[in-house]
Ligand binder design. Structure first.
Ligand code: EPU
Length: 337
C-alpha cells in the first residue's frame, strides 16, 4: 500500500475544485482496504469514490481512501434475467455501456450519470423515471471500525428519493465494495413515460425502441441540458427537488399557475428546484469563475478554478432567496465537505 502526502484532489472531483488531501491511498483490492483500515480506522478518513457528488469547500485534513476496485461479472443467470456483480470503483456510465453491449436491460435510463458503482446506492441515483433501487439486489460493504463484511439487501438499504441508510443511520460506518444488480436479458421493461424521452424518440422516428435507443435518447437529452464535467466542473443536480404539502402547493399554484409538479400522494407534491431557481432569476448567472448553468438551473458550475467555499456561498444565497420568495426550503443533494 502506498500513501502519498499532500496531493491535489482536482482531478478526483467532477466539480474540479483544487482542494488538497493531507494523505491519499489508492485502494485496488479489498485486502489492501482491510489492511489500511486495520491500522487507520481510528484516524480521520475520507472515502472517495467517483467524486461526482461533492463540493470541496476546504482541504481534507484526513487520509483519503480512493476506492478503485475493478471488475464486472455475471454471477447468476436464468432464461430471462441476469445478476451482475460490479466492483465499487467501476465507472457508472461505462458499466451502463457494458450492459447495453450485452443487451442487458434496466439501466439504460441511467445513462451518462457521473460517478462510480459504489456510490450509486448511497444516494439511490435516478433519472428519467428509473432509480437504482429498481434493479438493485444487494451490495457488499466493509465496516470501517472492525473491517467485518456485510451484505446489505435492498430492504436493508432503506432507499428513498436520493436517500439510503448510507446517508442516514449508517453514515460514515461502511465502505461499499461491490453492488449486485438484476437486469433483463429479453422482454425488457422499457420506461419511456418521461416527456423528454418520448419527444426524443418521436423526433428520431423510432416506434419500437430498443434499450440502446433509449440510452441514446437519454444521452441526447442529458447532453443538451447538463454540462459535461470534463468541460465545465459540476456535480449534476446541486439541490434535491423539494417535496411540499398539497396545501402549500395549491397556494403556490395560485401565485404561479405555470409551476411544474409531480404528485407524490394525496398529501404531497414534488416541485422541481430547477424551476424555482430559474424563477428566482439565477439561471445562467455567472460570478467570476462559477455560477448557475444556463440550460439547467439545478446545476452549479465551476468555469475555471473556482473556490469551493465561494460556490457554497452562492448555494446558500439561492436557498435563502427561494425561502424568501416561495417559502420553500431546498436541501443540497451534493455533499458539502
Ligand atoms: N425546469 C425549469 N428550469 C430549469 C430546470 C428545470 O423550469 O432550469 C423545469 C423543467 O422545465 C421541467 C422541470 O423543471 O418542467 C423538471 O426538469 P428536468 O426534467 O430537467 O428534471 P429535474 O427535476 O430538474 C431531475 C433529477 C436529475 C435527472 C432529471 C431527469 C433531481 C434533483 N434531479 O431533475 O438528476 O436527470 O430529473 O430525470 O431529482 C442528478 O441527480 O444529478 C440529476 C441530473
Amino acid at each position: 500500500m502506498t500513501i502519498v502526502k499532500n496531493i491535489s484532489l482536482k482531478s478526483f472531483n467532477t466539480f474540479g475544485i483544487d482542494a488538497k488531501a493531507k494523505s491519499f491511498c489508492d485502494i485496488t483490492s479489498i485486502e489492501t482496504l482491510r489492511d489500511v483500515l486495520s491500522i487507520q480506522y481510528n484516524n480521520p478518513l475520507f472515502i472517495l469514490g467517483g467524486g461526482s457528488n461533492m463540493l470541496l469547500t476546504k482541504d481534507i485534513d484526513a487520509l483519503v481512501l480512493h476506492i478503485n476496485l475493478k471488475g464486472i461479472e455475471v454471477i447468476r443467470e436464468t432464461e430471462d434475467t441476469v445478476t451482475i456483480k460490479a466492483m465499487a470503483g467501476e465507472n457508472w456510465h461505462e458499466f451502463v455501456i457494458w450492459c447495453l453491449k450485452h443487451n442487458f436491460g434496466g439501466v439504460e435510463n441511467l445513462s451518462l450519470i457521473p460517478g462510480n458503482i459504489g456510490t450509486a446506492p448511497i444516494q439511490n441515483i435516478g433519472a428519467y423515471g428509473v432509480e437504482l433501487k429498481d434493479v438493485f439486489v444487494s451490495c457488499e460493504a466493509v465496516r470501517i471500525k472492525d473491517q467485518s463484511t456485510r451484505t446489505f439487501s435492498k430492504a436493508d438499504c432503506n432507499f428513498g428519493y436520493r436517500e439510503s441508510v448510507f446517508k442516514q443511520e449508517l453514515k460514515g460506518d461502511y465502505i461499499i465494495t461491490s453492488v449486485n444488480l438484476q437486469l433483463t436479458k429479453n422482454n425488457h421493461n422499457l420506461h419511456m413515460d418521461y416527456g423528454a424521452i418520448k419527444n426524443e424518440l418521436e423526433d428520431s422516428k423510432i416506434k419500437n425502441p430498443t434499450i440502446q435507443d433509449i440510452s441514446k435518447a437519454v444521452i441526447a437529452i442529458r447532453q443538451s441540458k447538463l454540462p459535461d464535467p470534463k468541460e465545465i466542473g459540476n456535480s449534476g443536480s446541486f439541490f434535491k427537488n423539494p417535496i411540499i404539502s398539497s396545501k402549500q402547493f395549491n397556494q403556490l399554484q395560485k401565485n404561479f399557475p405555470e409551476v411544474p409538479s409531480y404528485k407524490i400522494s394525496e398529501e404531497e407534491v414534488k416541485v422541481p428546484a430547477g424551476w424555482l431557481i430559474e424563477k428566482a432569476g439565477f439561471k445562467g448567472k455567472r460570478f467570476n469563475d462559477y455560477g448557475v448553468h444556463n440550460k439547467q438551473a439545478l446545476v452549479l458550475v465551476n468555469y475555471d478554478n473556482a473556490d469551493g467555499a465561494a460556490i457554497f456561498e452562492l448555494a446558500q444565497l439561492i436557498r435563502k432567496t427561494i425561502k424568501r420568495i416561495f417559502d420553500i426550503t431546498i436541501e443540497t443533494e451534493v455533499n458539502i465537505i
